[in-house]
Design a protein around this ligand. Sequence first.
Ligand code: GLU
Length: 487
Amino acid sequence: MEPEGGTRCRFAPSPTGYLHVGSARTALFNWMFARSTGGSFLVRVEDTDTERNRPELVEAIFESMTWLGLDWDDEPVHQSDRLEAYVEAAGVLQRTGRAYYCDCTSEEIQARAKERGGTPGYDGRCRDRGLEAGDGRALRFRVPDDGSTGFDDLVREHVEFANSTIEDFVVLRSNGTPIFFLANVVDDHFMGITHVIRGEEHLNGTPKYLLLAEALGLDYRPVFAHLPLLVNEKRQKLSKRRDDVSVEDYRARGYLPGAMRNYLALLGWGPPDGVEVKPIETMVQEFRLEDINSSPAFFDTKKLDHVNGEYIRALTIPAFIERAVPFLPHEVPDAVAAVTALAPEIRDRVRTMAEVPDMADFLWLEEPKVDEAAWAKAMRPPEKAADMLDQLVIALTDLPLDAWHLDPEVDVESNTRAPGIKAAVLSAAEAAELVNDEGRVQLAKAQAPVRVALTGRSVGPPLFELMVALGRDRTLERLRQARSRLA
Ligand code: GLU
């Protein structure tokens, strides 16, 4: 059971310049845990590698976290400010005989391992040489020969490693910089971290963490929860090369922050009632580390699209338009008006905001961009399609001008905001004999050639509404153009 309040967890990114979706999931789970227990969500930047220690590489991570609504408590801790603490800890290890200096080069270590056969790695050659600190000398931790190091993990249950399988690992490099494990444990202790919630790739290193804590006399052992790996549809670990892994990429492609966060929360965890799309506040109330699954979590972009679509449909019309604007071509002044005209129809049909222009570009392009495959399919058989277009030109020419308007709401009976236009399309379809055996109009068949004639595509906003948005003159003109192309 988690103690109520007083919990402290942390997200510890390295300065990579972007927030990986896996790291975002780790940050989110830490955040949900802290918020659900009334504890603190802290951030620590693991930037001891001076080469990568540039502020903009960290800023990008903070920006993506802020976009996702993951607010943290206190100022972030930077490991680059704390080098002295690590060197001091290393000194303690050395003075108490728990670590020793070693001057072996990696070539020497490898050569000996090869000669020896069996497990590669360091053979403990310098253990009893009594070397002092000096140029080219690294400090190594003396791992106990016997026994084992184990811990309870809230996701993995009990994990145990035989000490004999852990080599005497470096804690201070020969250039004086600390390795990850040393800085990691010194800072978790320093920051009073009660729960270490992090990716599965850190599971195998946890015994080193615990051995160091013990050797430093810290009497410190946080609760661990190692989160399952994220995999793609081929069950491969997500990789930067193969997959879209940066939160910023998803933002740029028109995913909403709430949707992204909701989706990330489902990677290795799920609400107990099985309702997967719900407000984050509710999820926070339901979140328990014990309920995290240990099997790999599939990063399913189709499901993400679905969740995003639900969030988009939940937007008010003004909010939808505001979110659409950045995705519209800036050089087209009419684009915003075009999207505004059909906002309810477009909002209900897109999965990402980046799809919005494709839904409306026929309104601002001089001529629609024709998708040839869609055209060929919709205009089949050509005589029928031609007849439909002809009949529609006649029906629309006769139609009173006041039919060319959009009702504010969809009419229940006709199921459209443009009932007059729908009636004209139906009568044209009848005249073109696009009816079934019972004499009912085959609406899909009738609409397909009209849609491709007007928009160039097979998918888009509902036809009657889009005709009104296009206007009488342009509609008639495009129908005639398509007709002559067919002839
Ligand atoms: N800096 C580590 C990483 O980015 C985090 C280690 C930890 O959370 O303990 O994977």
